[in-house]
Design a protein around this ligand. Structure first.
Ligand SMILES: *Cc1c(COP(=O)(O)O)cnc(C)c1O
Length: 369
């Protein structure tokens, strides 16, 4: 049996090696390393895939979130609502811009932002809501839009973990990241659509926002050397765009492979009472960026698995309100509990049945002893 890895990018690469190698070589041959033609063609491919009017490529997922907020013309002191249980980037960009992150608790089953909590966190200063499509499954966008739109509040979907998933919105299935005013994603290598370095993108159907975001990402300039606003330098490298163009063609197959692996885990775990398998919500498909369990005796289980050469990860061990840099008072019962109990198992497109059987057998062994 091959060594089990949390994410196996090397074996994934082997299946697409000729196409990827050619794509990289083409960029090197043309030497158009910055804003080369592949950036434009990937942008257009992704627009088609998402069924979305505008994609704006940028340097990483964190920049995408920052550019989205800047495009909303936020002012210091404005408030942004986000789930307490997320990756730090979501909160970080809010704080960097002098805005106030307002953390809310998450749902105990889906671990996604709790809609009722959003309602109680609203204030006259609320400028935006950032739902996070955690682990590859989407927050309830229709409910969130129902709260936000009448109040003139913008919604930015943090879609870094869920690209390729579908959301049921007003009776039709749409691609995640295209329901809110802006969608943000990351092409970090381990993400479901990952490049071979850093990368990110913004999605929107709004022409004005698209123009604004492209301008911000380009040093605040629409015309070279004429800067209308303070911007950023946030570009997707041509080499990364070329790789992503190849990989986008496989995204649906990759998502399907993850779903199949998740189903196998579910079945194998059927009679293990000490773990709770991931719940599936009805308004979204799940693309399993992570396969995350709620488990008993988490830290000991993790150590035991490691002793049997099985990696596992804790996403996330500390909620936003407990982070030293973001300390806030308030009760976050579910988030606190998740920080103590969640464990993510190896999940990627190359996972083998025998590897999964070994992982689950080892988990069973742990709870028997
Ligand atoms: C990965 C991730 C990001 C940030 O993406 P980078 O490309 O690493 O900057 C933001 N939000 C969430 C939820 C993520 O998982």
């Amino acid at each position: 049996m091959d060594k089990i890895q949390m994410v196996d990018l090397h074996n994934q690469y082997k299946h697409i090696k000729p196409a990827v190698d050619d794509a990289i070589q083409d960029v090197i041959n043309s030497s158009a390393f910055i804003n080369g033609p592949q950036v434009k063609s990937f942008k257009s491919d992704l627009e088609k895939y998402l069924g979305c009017k505008h994609v704006i490529p940028c340097a990483n997922g964190t920049d995408a979130l920052q550019i989205a907020l800047m495009a909303l013309k936020v002012q210091p002191g404005d408030e942004v609502i986000l789930p307490d249980f997320t990756f730090i980037a979501t909160a970080e960009v809010i704080a960097l811009l002098g805005l106030k992150p307002v953390f809310v608790d998450v749902d105990p089953d889906s671990f996604l932002v709790d809609i009722e909590q959003i309602e109680s966190a609203l204030s006259s200063k609320t400028k935006a809501i950032i739902p996070v499509h955690l682990y590859g499954q989407c927050a309830n966008m229709d409910e969130i839009m129902k709260i936000a739109v009448p109040r003139g509040i913008a919604v930015i979907e943090d879609n870094a973990q869920a690209i390729g998933s579908d959301i049921l919105s007003n009776g039709t299935w749409k691609k995640s990241g295209t329901i809110g005013h802006i969608g943000c994603t990351s092409f970090f290598p381990s993400k479901n659509l990952g490049c071979y370095g850093d990368g990110g993108a913004l999605f929107t159907n709004d022409d004005k926002l698209a123009e604004e975001m492209a301008c911000i990402a380009n040093h605040g300039a629409k015309v070279k050397y004429y800067h209308e606003q303070v911007g950023m330098n946030s570009r997707l490298d041509t080499i990364q765009a070329a790789i992503l163009q190849v990989k986008l063609k496989h995204l649906d197959t990759y998502c399907e492979a993850r779903r199949e692996a998740a189903k196998r885990y579910d079945t194998l775990l059927q009679d293990v009472n000490q773990v709770k398998i991931p719940c599936r919500v009805s308004h979204s498909t799940h693309v399993f960026h992570q396969y995350t369990l709620k488990v008993e005796n988490r830290d000991d289980l993790k150590t035991y698995l490691a002793s049997k050469a099985i990696p596992s990860m804790i996403y996330y061990p500390v909620g936003m309100h407990n982070q030293k840099a973001y300390k806030t008072s308030g009760k976050f019962k579910v988030s606190d509990e998740l920080c103590r109990t969640v464990l993510s198992l190896p999940m990627h497109t190359e996972l083998r049945i025998e590897q999964q059987e070994y992982i689950i057998d080892t988990i069973k062994e742990f709870y028997r002893s």
